[in-house]
Design a protein around this ligand. Structure first.
Ligand SMILES: *Cc1c(COP(=O)(O)O)cnc(C)c1O
Length: 345
C-alpha cells in the first residue's frame, strides 16, 4: 500500500479542520454551557449534538465487534461513499475502479466530484477476478469499489478475490457490506486489523430497519477515520438520529428475528418465482432481495405498478436484461406480489 499521505489529497492532508465549541471542551464535568451561542431554552433540542457520536459508537462497537476508534458514522452510507472521493481523489486527475453492475451511488459521487469512474464488467455468474480489476487501475487509481453481497445482483463476491484485491492494490479498497446481515459469509469488518487499506461500509437502512434515520458507517484504520472526521460536516449525525439508533441497538435480537423471517420468506419467494411461467431465471442471492429474469421485465413491471405493487425494473442495467429486483417484504406483501404475477397473462 502507498502511504496515506501519498493517497490523500494535499489540501485535505494539510487541512486544519473546523473546531467547534464542543470539540474544544472535552470531558470533565460541566454545568453551565455558555460556549456555543445556543439558546438556553427548548431542551433537549437547543444543544448541538456530539460531533463524534461517542456514546453511539460505543454501542455500535459492541454489536459490530469493531473498536470505536475504527468507526466513522455518517448521514447514511451516502456520506461514507462521498467522503473517500473528497478525501483521496483529485478532481480531473485521479480515478476509481468499480465492479459493474453495482450500486449507483459510487458513480454518482464520482461524477459529482469530477473523478473518472472505471467500471469493470462482472462475468455471467456476477463474479470478478482480482486480476481483471487490477488491470483497470493505473498510477492515478485511488479507490476500488466492491459491494458484497452486491446490489442489484444479490450475490456475494468470492472472498478469495476480494482479499487478493485488498492485498495487491496500492490504493484503498472499499467493500460495501450493506447486506452482510443477510449472508452466511463472515463479514470483512472482522478482519479490519489485517488490512490498513480497507474500508468496510455498513448501514442501519437494511437489516436494522432504520432507513428513515439516515445512519451509515465506515469501518477503517484509525488514520483513515481521522481523515474522514476532518472532512465531514461538524454535526453530520443529528441528535434525533443518534438517539433513535441507540434505541434500535438495544435490541439486536429483534433484528435477528427479522432476518430469520426475511430469509425464510426469501426462499419461499424464490421457489414461487421459479414456478412462474413468466420467470426465466432466479439468480442466487445472499441479500434481502433477489434478481429475477423475466420474459418481459418492463411489461410485467408496468402491470405490477397498475396493481399498486412496485418492484425495481433493472432491464436497462448491463447484464440484467429483463431483470426485476424484488425486495423481500412482509408475508402479506410477498403473497400479494406472487398472486398478481400468477394472474399475469
Ligand atoms: C441500500 C444500500 C446502501 C444504504 O445506503 P444508506 O445511505 O445507508 O441508506 C448502501 N449500499 C448499498 C449497496 C445499498 O444497496
Amino acid at each position: 500500500m502507498k502511504s496515506l499521505e501519498q493517497l490523500c489529497r494535499k489540501n485535505i492532508w494539510n487541512l486544519a479542520p473546523y473546531s467547534s465549541a464542543r470539540n474544544e471542551y472535552a470531558g470533565r464535568e460541566a454545568r453551565v454551557f455558555l460556549d456555543a451561542n445556543e439558546n438556553p431554552y427548548n431542551t433537549p433540542f437547543n444543544r448541538y449534538p456530539d460531533p463524534l457520536q461517542l456514546e453511539l459508537k460505543a454501542a455500535i462497537s459492541k454489536v459490530k465487534g469493531v473498536p470505536a476508534e475504527n468507526i466513522f458514522l455518517g448521514n447514511g452510507s451516502d456520506e461514507a461513499i462521498d467522503l473517500p472521493y473528497r478525501s483521496f481523489c483529485e478532481p480531473g486527475i485521479d480515478n476509481v475502479v468499480a465492479i459493474e453492475p453495482t450500486y449507483g451511488m459510487y458513480k454518482v459521487c464520482a461524477d459529482i466530484n469530477d473523478v473518472e469512474y472505471r467500471p469493470v464488467l462482472l462475468d455471467e455468474q456476477y463474479q470478478i477476478t482480482a486480476e481483471k480489476l487490477l488491470a483497470a487501475t493505473d498510477d492515478h487509481t485511488k479507490l476500488i469499489w466492491l459491494c458484497s453481497p452486491n446490489n442489484p445482483t444479490g450475490n456475494n463476491l468470492h472472498r478469495e478475490e476480494i482479499v487478493k484485491v485488498i492485498e495487491s492494490f496500492e490504493g484503498i479498497v472499499i467493500v460495501d457490506e450493506a447486506y452482510s446481515d443477510f449472508s452466511s459469509q463472515t463479514p470483512l469488518r472482522t478482519e479490519l486489523a489485517k488490512y490498513p487499506n480497507l474500508i468496510v461500509l455498513n448501514t442501519m437502512s437494511k437489516a436494522w430497519g432504520c432507513a428513515a434515520i439516515r445512519l451509515g458507517m465506515a469501518f477503517a484504520s484509525e488514520e483513515i477515520i481521522g481523515i474522514f472526521n476532518k472532512v465531514k460536516y461538524p454535526y453530520n449525525v443529528n441528535q434525533l438520529t443518534q438517539q433513535q439508533a441507540l434505541e434500535a441497538l438495544k435490541d439486536p435480537f429483534e433484528v435477528d428475528k427479522w432476518i430469520k423471517i426475511l430469509l425464510e420468506e426469501r426462499s419461499r419467494m424464490v421457489d414461487a418465482f421459479k414456478l412462474l411461467p413468466i420467470c426465466e431465471k432466479v439468480f442466487p442471492t445472499d441479500a434481502n432481495f433477489f434478481l429475477a429474469q423475466m420474459t418481459d421485465a418492463t411489461k410485467i413491471y408496468n402491470y405490477l405498478v397498475d396493481k399498486g405493487i412496485i418492484v425495481r425494473n433493472r432491464h436497462r442495467i448491463q447484464l440484467c436484461q429483463n431483470c426485476l429486483r424484488v425486495t423481500i417484504g412482509t408475508k402479506t406483501e410477498n403473497g400479494e406480489l406472487i398472486a398478481a404475477l400468477r394472474q399475469y397473462q
